[in-house]
Design a protein around this ligand. Structure first.
Ligand SMILES: *[C@@H]1O[C@H](CO)[C@@H](O)[C@H](O)[C@H]1NC(C)=O
Ligand SMILES: *[C@@H]1O[C@H](CO)[C@@H](O)[C@H](O)[C@H]1NC(C)=O
Ligand SMILES: *[C@@H]1O[C@H](CO)[C@@H](O)[C@H](O)[C@H]1NC(C)=O
Ligand SMILES: *[C@@H]1O[C@H](CO)[C@@H](O)[C@H](O)[C@H]1NC(C)=O
Ligand SMILES: *[C@@H]1O[C@H](CO)[C@@H](O)[C@H](O)[C@H]1NC(C)=O
Ligand SMILES: *[C@@H]1O[C@H](CO)[C@@H](O)[C@H](O)[C@H]1NC(C)=O
Ligand SMILES: *[C@@H]1O[C@H](CO)[C@@H](O)[C@H](O)[C@H]1NC(C)=O
Ligand SMILES: *[C@@H]1O[C@H](CO)[C@@H](O)[C@H](O)[C@H]1NC(C)=O
Ligand SMILES: *[C@@H]1O[C@H](CO)[C@@H](O)[C@H](O)[C@H]1NC(C)=O
Ligand SMILES: *[C@@H]1O[C@H](CO)[C@@H](O)[C@H](O)[C@H]1NC(C)=O
Ligand SMILES: *[C@@H]1O[C@H](CO)[C@@H](O)[C@H](O)[C@H]1NC(C)=O
Length: 769
């Protein structure tokens, strides 16, 4: 999308290197030195903050030889909640520092990628624009006064989604502030803006200028995600009139804050660990309740990952952190943001399509998708394939792809061009067709792109069809005995499409490669063709020649599904202010469903039954999450026990937790973390017993266990009935799993506790290999 910009940045880097780095110089890189937590209370004096910075200079100075050198090397001192610093160091220096007894980890400052509105109606929070009393929106007062922050590309503060209409004064617990550089403005809705650029500038080798000194969103991603989580109601929101409706976020009456840590890509990364950590540190200080983080890198060790560390500190302060699972699917073992204190979200479809049909004179009709202008109704046009309209000097294959400089205006004028997908951007092909004077375009998938069709805003009336239909269209267009004629129907939103949801092909999948005993992703939510607020600083397609901007735009990705769940977490915050972030996650997970709108098992992108590695516990059901009955709760010590179990030693954990009294249990085990899903990656012995605790957050009642055994595994739950005499009561149970035979693949089952009214579901994932 921003490849031209990337090229400029890379060229600058090369030039910078040639001029400034002598051939013999040792290569310095930016590192993060992580030291754990600070013990200072909520009211930190500037003197205390200064002391923190000095202690960092002292520590680093003892390795570099002077305070002066340390001061020059350090570009961030994390001084509020997260203890550590980011500095430019040589590899040997970093290596030496990592051995210091107060240091938990030293890691390279790695880059990360950025990974309506009908979606709320699809999830039954509203019906025909009316909010029923059964809706979580009614019960949770639309997320009133919950504070939702995101770490992203900033915010376009002018968007109507951030209008303060009808909101009272900013909650007095808010300690954040509004950085107004670049004309960003705040109000009672958008209550905080900050930006963090130092890690980016060091990694990109750039000097700062005004475009890097503002929380303004030049990309659109941050505005889209923040408005999806917490945007206000905006009537008449559409993309050029298509998808017209009332836009809204998951917690429409929440307050929102933007932490900009992502910038134009360098080497494929937009956001760097050093900036992400700084953003987390300030968000904790400012007092957000929920953080939505739609970005990630390759799965990494917990203490070598800015998101894992930052989110741990956030969760420790009662913040719910929701992250995207990544867009590296459908390959297995690609899920990122896998720490067990994060709520990790996959992406699936809605039951809406922006349809524009190809109608041929022969009577054939193919369903396509589009967000482009309509052709004049009732008129037929002649059809021509790129290869038939080629310039004499162009190759047939390049013309078929409608590449630049290949189409002959004499042959294209007034016709509908048929172009093959691939090698240039989809919107670029439309531009070539438009420049050659075509009246419209049909974009045809090749074999590789299969059924993957996208509703794009083209420069001319256009639609996009799948591979199967493309083959039929080509043979019609090729026929020589009559003139191929056809038209495109006006793009219109169609609802109730079945099946929905199904998993998006791009959604990253389990198993979890860092800790196989924790199932990730946790849940799935809408992430395909989501309409939300956008920035006017960026053109629609992001391409250089495109000057069209829009206040609302359609985007797909786990970046879009993540803020849906953040919005729901915001509602639960308002409704149940005393719940921990683990209780909120448990409520969302145990009430999720694994069936689609045909009441059949949810499918993957090839229309084959999907499984827990695709969707975790299933698709979120917000109305049920408000009243889950029971929750699998977790405390900070449970997470520390987990870290002991995965092999961090007592010394490291003591530094990390800042609680000298905490001791690693003698027999810590990953399977015993009180997680709302159950994964035994390693059922190779005679049996494995898993312990869980359930807390009653509903009403007095008796719950019975119902197990769906994974194929080839016998499961016994003891006790199989739990009687809760009061709210808040905690009861535990044990589940024993025994392999019946050795299977080469993972097997999937489930456990449901029910009192006849609530259904508390957990997926069971087992490998006997
Ligand atoms: C900020 O707004 C003022 C007044 O509208 C305008 O003159 C100025 O150019 C703007 N600055 C930027 C950086 O957009
Ligand atoms: C800031 O620097 C970047 C990279 O060098 C450049 O692309 C951009 O145009 C500059 N912006 C301003 C406002 O100077
Ligand atoms: C969207 O719908 C509203 C109400 O139905 C209507 O007033 C408005 O003109 C429509 N906007 C567009 C761009 O079609
Ligand atoms: C880009 O990535 C390559 C390969 O990972 C690496 O060698 C190179 O140093 C990176 N360049 C920058 C500017 O980070
Ligand atoms: C073919 O020639 C035209 C000028 O007549 C030129 O604009 C175009 O770029 C050429 N195309 C190719 C593929 O060389
Ligand atoms: C697209 O470009 C790649 C690399 O230039 C080339 O290998 C491939 O054959 C092209 N595909 C088509 C359909 O022309
Ligand atoms: C998903 O990918 C498969 C190939 O892996 C392809 O056959 C299918 O058409 C894709 N589905 C969609 C909806 O794009
Ligand atoms: C259409 O004709 C072109 C040659 O003109 C040929 O390459 C292509 O395979 C034909 N496609 C179909 C589907 O018949
Ligand atoms: C869907 O699931 C089937 C069966 O597990 C698998 O073979 C296929 O690759 C999956 N498709 C996608 C796109 O994930
Ligand atoms: C704890 O782990 C760290 C990092 O692996 C190691 O340097 C240290 O020696 C270990 N301490 C003990 C007491 O084993
Ligand atoms: C699997 O189980 C064996 C024996 O219980 C243990 O040594 C090993 O560490 C386990 N592996 C994983 C990935 O849990």
């Amino acid at each position: 999308m921003l490849s031209a910009m990337t090229k400029t940045l890379l060229a600058l880097l090369i030039i910078f290197s040639l001029f400034h780095v002598p051939a013999f110089a040792v290569k310095k890189k930016s590192y993060i030195v992580y030291l754990g937590s600070h013990s200072h209370g909520p009211e930190v004096s500037s003197l205390a903050l200064k002391r923190v910075a000095e202690s960092h200079h002292e520590l680093l100075g003892s390795f570099l030889g002077s305070h002066e050198k340390a001061r020059n090397a350090i570009f961030y001192s994390y001084d509020r909640h997260i203890n550590g610093f980011a500095a430019v160091l040589e590899e040997e220096e970093a290596e030496a520092i990592s051995k210091h007894p107060n240091v938990i980890s030293v890691f390279l400052d790695k880059g990360k990628k950025l990974h309506t509105t009908h979606s709320w109606e699809f999830m039954q929070l509203e019906k025909d624009g009316v909010i029923p009393s059964s809706s979580l929106w009614s019960k949770a007062r639309l997320g009133e006064d919950t504070i939702i922050g995101n770490i992203d590309t900033g915010v376009w503060s002018e968007s109507q989604s951030f209008s303060p209409h009808g909101l009272g004064p900013v909650p007095c617990r808010w300690k954040g502030s509004c950085n107004t550089a670049g004309n960003v403005s705040c109000n009672r809705k958008l209550i905080g803006t900050r930006y963090f650029n130092k890690g980016y500038l060091v990694s990109a080798g750039l000097n700062s200028n005004s475009s890097f000194e503002s929380a303004r969103d030049h990309n659109g991603h941050g505005t889209h995600t923040l408005s999806t989580a917490g945007g206000h109601f905006v009537r008449g929101a559409s993309v050029f009139g298509v998808g017209n409706g009332t836009a809204k976020g998951g917690s429409p009456l929440s307050r929102v804050a933007s932490y900009k840590a992502c910038w134009p890509p360098v080497n494929g990364s937009e956001c760097f660990d050093a900036d992400i950590l700084a953003a987390f540190d300030m968000a904790i200080h400012d007092g957000v309740d929920v953080l939505s983080v739609s970005l990630g890198g390759d799965p990494a060790d917990y203490f070598a990952d800015g998101i894992a560390i930052g989110s741990f500190h956030a969760v420790k302060h009662g913040i719910t952190v929701v992250c995207s699972a990544g867009n590296s699917g459908p390959a297995p073992a690609t899920v990122s943001n896998v720490a067990p204190w994060i709520l990790t979200v996959a992406a699936s479809t809605l039951d809406r399509e922006f349809q524009s049909f190809v109608q041929l004179a022969s009577g054939e009709r193919f369903k396509g998708e589009s967000m482009s202008k309509a052709l004049p109704a009732g008129k037929m046009f002649s059809l021509t394939a790129g290869a038939q309209a080629k310039l004499a000097n162009a190759s047939a294959i390049d013309a078929m792809l409608c590449k630049e400089g290949t189409l002959d205006p004499h042959k294209a004028k007034g016709k509908i061009m048929v172009c093959l997908r691939g090698n240039s951007s989809r919107v670029e092909k439309g531009r070539q067709a438009a420049q050659a004077g075509a009246a419209g375009m049909i974009l045809c998938n090749d074999k590789a792109s299969g059924n993957d069709i996208t509703a794009d805003p083209h420069f001319l009336p256009a639609t996009h069809i799948n591979f199967f239909d493309s083959q039929a269209l080509f043979s019609y267009v090729n026929s020589t005995y009559l003139e191929p004629m056809g038209t495109l129907t006006a793009p219109a939103a169609a609802f109730g499409i079945k099946p929905a949801p199904y998993m998006a092909n791009f959604s990253s999948q389990g198993p979890n490669t860092v800790t196989p005993g924790i199932l990730k992703p946790d849940v799935t939510a809408p992430g395909v063709d989501i309409i939300a607020a956008y920035t006017r600083e960026q053109s629609l397609s992001g391409l250089e020649f495109d000057h069209r901007t829009t206040a609302f735009y359609i985007e797909s990705g786990t970046s879009m599904s993540c803020p849906h769940v953040a919005g729901v977490a915001g509602l639960l915050r308002t409704m149940h202010p005393s719940w921990s972030s683990a209780a909120i996650r448990s409520a969302i997970m145990t009430t999720a469903r694994t069936r689609d709108n045909r009441v059949s098992p949810m499918l993957n992108g090839s229309y084959v039954k999907a499984n827990s590695f695709n969707y975790g516990s299933g698709h979120i059901r917000p109305n049920r999450a408000g009243d889950p009955g029971l929750v699998y709760d977790l405390t900070l010590n449970d997470y520390l026990d987990f870290l002991c179990a995965v092999g961090y030693n007592q010394t490291m954990i003591t530094l990390f937790s800042e609680s000298p009294s905490y001791k690693c249990p003698k027999e810590a085990s990953v399977v015993d973390l009180n997680y709302p899903s159950i994964t035994v990656p390693n059922l190779t012995g005679s049996s494995v017993t898993v312990t869980r605790k359930l807390k009653n957050v509903g009403s007095v009642g008796t719950y019975a266990a119902n197990v769906r055994e994974p194929h080839g595994v016998s499961v016994n739950v003891e006790p199989s009935v739990l009687k809760f005499d009061r709210v808040g009561q905690v009861k535990s149970f044990k589940m024993t799993l025994k392999p019946k035979w050795v299977a080469k693949d993972y097997a999937f089952g489930g456990l449901t506790w029910s009192d006849g009214k609530h259904y508390v579901r957990s997926p069971i994932v087992v490998s006997t290999a």
